[in-house]
Design a protein around this ligand. Structure first.
Ligand code: GDD
Ligand code: MN
Length: 395
């Protein structure tokens, strides 16, 4: 059996790597029916370079350019999988951190016929993660892998590197429709969700993760946060993620109360301040992670903010007297009373947000005409936080 192969290369500003990537990939695939499919979201002239190189390339090359890059790297890979001319697809980074010379090994492993996915792993014998750079990033990467494996023991126990971006997948074994990729972790998504009808069989080959050739990595602190949210949602669903954020808020709330009461503040005032900080913080986190997809079709940001804050304020306003009552009559500690009331309030809050705050609305005419939305103070705050989260970090 000699499989025909589509090599899918997601690119975001990789102009200077295209020529070398094509020549090395073509050499690795010599004698086999194959194509290279670029899925490009670049803002530079990567696309023009792809066109230039493909004119003289020894393999067929196609490039799909997306003007409005929404789902990022993972979304680009899904587009590639849908558009590929062949069922056997290899996803490979466009910055030469994934050596094309490994392609024959991966394809040969697939051709043994007992695997649907062949992942190039940085963590098995012969593998190497030097290209990850700093010890911090390597540590974070290993810890993230361990947590992820623990969360999806059954589906991932055969995978040492579910986060690798270099893998072969037999598209005919996948349910493409079930994939909801977010950020960078597309293989994880495929392994956990892509084999809905039947479990995917995973094999691995060792990968020497090289240094990036040209350009810069697009991984960032924000990718790290997106990854955590993705993980929580894969495992626990939306409500689980909502609860997780609520949990973080509750801990913050209790922490603030503890601090303020220890500084001598009256516990009722401390509870009000704690609640206010928590309400705003929760809103921002839910916007960014829980209801990200719903945001587009829901009402405007300031309406959502107002609805969310009103609900939470009313809920808190009711909760605080109830809490005070518990403290005065049942002699519970203020902290315990807060904790109990927060848990009770959780379900009401989730239902209200899912069914009311983020309920789909018909797009307004002005939006459809492309008129820029009015810049509210809340939007500016969100943008500032967003910009902060975009700053490069380690993962
Ligand atoms: N089309 C498209 N759209 N391509 C993108 C986007 C995007 O929004 N963002 C990044 N890419 C492309 C890059 O151009 C590159 O070809 C590839 O995706 C990987 O991006 P890098 O920015 O080089 O990521 P990395 O090296 O930090 O991460 C790689 O290694 C990780 C493991 O540590 C990726 O392979 C990850 O998937 C992998 O988890
Ligand atoms: Mn890279």
């Amino acid at each position: 059996m000699s499989a025909s192969v589509t090599v899918i290369v997601p690119t975001f500003n990789e102009r200077d790597n295209v020529a070398e990537l094509v020549s090395r990939t073509a050499a690795a695939l010599a004698g086999r029916e194959a194509e290279i499919l670029f899925v490009d979201d670049s803002s530079d002239d990567t696309m023009a370079e792809i066109a230039r190189v493909s004119a003289s390339a020894p393999v067929p090359i196609r490039g799909i350019h997306r003007e409005h890059n929404t789902a990022g790297l993972g979304g680009a890979v899904v587009v590639g999988l849908a558009e590929a001319a062949h069922d056997v697809c290899v996803v490979m980074d466009g910055d030469l951190q994934h050596p094309p010379e490994l392609l024959p090994t991966m394809i040969a492993r697939y051709e043994r016929g007992d695997a649907d996915v062949v992942a190039a792993s940085r963590y098995i014998g012969g593998g190497d993660s030097a290209g990850l750079g700093t010890a911090v990033r390597l540590g974070v990467s290993k810890a993230a892998t361990a947590v992820t494996k623990a969360m999806f023991l059954r589906r991932l126990w055969r995978s040492t590197d579910p986060m690798t971006g270099f893998f072969l997948v037999d598209r005919s074994r996948l349910d493409l429709d079930t994939l909801r990729p977010e950020g960078f972790k597309i293989l994880l998504e495929i392994l956990v969700r892509g084999g809905e009808r039947r479990e995917l069989r995973i094999a691995e080959v060792p990968l020497e993760f090289a240094e990036r050739r040209n350009g810069v990595s697009k991984a960032s602190l924000r990718q790290g946060a997106t990854f955590l949210a993705h993980l929580a949602r894969l495992r626990f669903g939306k409500m689980g993620l909502f609860a997780m954020i609520g949990g973080i808020g509750a801990v913050a709330n209790i922490g603030i109360m503890w601090l303020l009461t220890h500084l001598g503040m009256d516990y009722v005032l401390a509870a009000i301040i704690g609640a206010a900080v928590t309400i705003v913080g929760n809103f921002v986190l839910q916007e960014l992670f829980v209801f990200r997809d719903e945001r587009q079709d829901a009402s405007r940001l300031w309406v959502r903010f107002a609805a969310s804050v009103s609900f939470n304020s009313i809920e808190a306003a009711l909760r605080i007297p109830v809490m005070a009552l518990m403290v005065e009559t049942w002699r519970l500690s203020a902290v315990l009373a807060t904790a109990i009331s927060l848990v009770v309030a959780f379900f009401a809050r989730f239902l209200f947000h899912a069914l009311v705050v983020y309920a789909p609305r018909r797009r307004r005419a002005t939006d459809a005409e492309g008129e820029p939305p009015t810049d509210t103070a809340a939007l500016r705050v969100m943008r500032a936080i967003d910009a902060e989260a975009m700053r490069p970090g380690e993962l």
